[in-house]
Design a protein around this ligand. Structure first.
Ligand code: BT5
Length: 349
């Protein structure tokens, strides 16, 4: 962690305030150096008060994604004072979510603008960067969906990010990662907003039938082995209704529209990364079924009559279940079983 991330961690862990002397001692730097870092953080938009008795306290946060801030949120309780007992014992789940990241989020980079965060991750992957690196962009000029479709990514209104993964999976098993992303996104959105998102196979998160997030899993593989996967995620966080283009007004929504409140993107981002890290650990240890079980509970596709469009081919039938590799099992209207690995699903009314 950088010094700034450590300072932010310390300030969050001690909402009552931390003195410059305490920070200096913990960080092994001078008080003047702490003061200089605090000034930098103020410059980045953090409102940090300084009182003779209370010490430094965060009283306001910027609506910006900052790598140090996100790292600090993920590593909260990894530095300085440990969480107080009542916090730890609140529930097992809380203890789980407060653990520092194992893989996803150990390296975080934020860009003001990119073409597509998937492009940046692809480049990092070729440069040999370790798995778990996450790239956020405040806006994307060429955000994309599947099949080269456009993904609108207005500045500071959403979370547009990609993650580099190097899983030990066969290429046909990588649908597991889209399933994992959907379950983690659903949990994080629920925990931060109390909204109840639904999952639509393969890559949509819906609220009230409208799309609030999409997942784009891009694969770089040899015939039998995955080299790396770029997991791209777009979430409409604070868009107002008039910020969606006309063609998306009926089909898309944002967390702000659904809750009536502006959501902290940094808080949501760190919640998502923690949830992803937990589920990725399950996938890496061969426990995909635990992820799939949760997915099936919240999936609007299972048990429904659907039409799947795969290129020029259209298949109608009942979506029966998710298979162990993440593919959708579809019983066609003629009674055949089809295993669907991709395509566009329309739910029949
Ligand atoms: C997806 O594709 O849903 C995957 C979206 C992934 C976006 C992330 S952002 C970070 C990373 N970098 C990228 O360049 N991409 C990823 P698909 O299922 O093909 O859906 C695309 C369709 O969703 C479009 O054709 C539009 O109809 C609709 N759409 C576009 N922008 C949207 C938005 N912001 N919110 C909701 N729907 C949108």
């Amino acid at each position: 962690m950088t010094t700034d991330a450590k300072i932010l961690s310390a300030l969050r862990e001690n909402p009552g305030g931390v003195s410059g002397a305490q920070l200096a001692e913990q960080l092994g730097v001078s008080r003047a150096a702490v003061w200089a870092r605090i000034e930098e953080l103020r410059g980045a938009g953090f409102d940090i008060s300084a009182g003779p008795h209370s010490g430094y306290r965060i009283v306001g946060e910027p609506d910006a994604l900052l790598a140090d801030d996100l790292l600090a949120r993920l590593n909260c309780f990894g530095w300085g004072e440990r969480p107080r007992e009542p916090q730890l014992s609140k529930s097992k789940r809380l203890a789980r979510t407060l653990a520092p990241p194992r893989i996803i989020g150990r390296d975080i980079r934020v860009f003001e603008q990119t073409t597509s965060t998937n492009d940046v991750i692809e480049k990092l992957a070729r440069d040999g960067v370790k798995e778990g690196a996450v790239v956020f962009a405040e806006s994307q000029t060429k955000g994309r969906g599947r099949l080269g479709r456009k993904w609108i990514s207005p500045a500071r209104r959403g979370l547009w990010f990609s993650i580099l993964l190097r899983p030990d999976l066969r290429p046909q098993e990588t649908t597991q990662l889209t399933v994992m992303a959907a379950t983690a996104l659903r949990r994080a959105i629920f925990s931060e907003t109390k909204l109840q998102p639904e999952i639509k196979w393969p890559n949509d998160i819906l609220i009230g039938g409208k799309k609030v997030a999409g997942i784009l899993t891009e694969l770089n593989a040899e015939p039998d082995k995955v080299r790396h996967v770029t997991l791209g995620i777009g979430i409409d966080v604070n868009l107002d209704a008039d910020e969606f283009p006309a063609e998306l007004k009926k089909t898309a929504t944002s967390l702000k529209i659904e809750t009536g409140e502006t959501i902290s993107r940094a808080e949501l981002a760190s919640a998502i990364l923690r949830e992803l890290d937990l589920d990725y650990a399950l996938i890496c240890t061969g426990k995909f079924t635990a992820v799939a079980d949760e997915w099936e509970k919240h999936c609007v596709t299972i048990g429904k009559n659907v039409t799947v469009q795969i290129g020029g081919r259209k298949i109608c039938g009942c979506a029966e279940a998710l298979d162990d590799d993440g593919t959708l099992r579809l019983r066609t209207e003629h009674g055949h079983l089809e295993r669907i690995t991709g395509g566009d699903v329309t739910l029949e009314k």
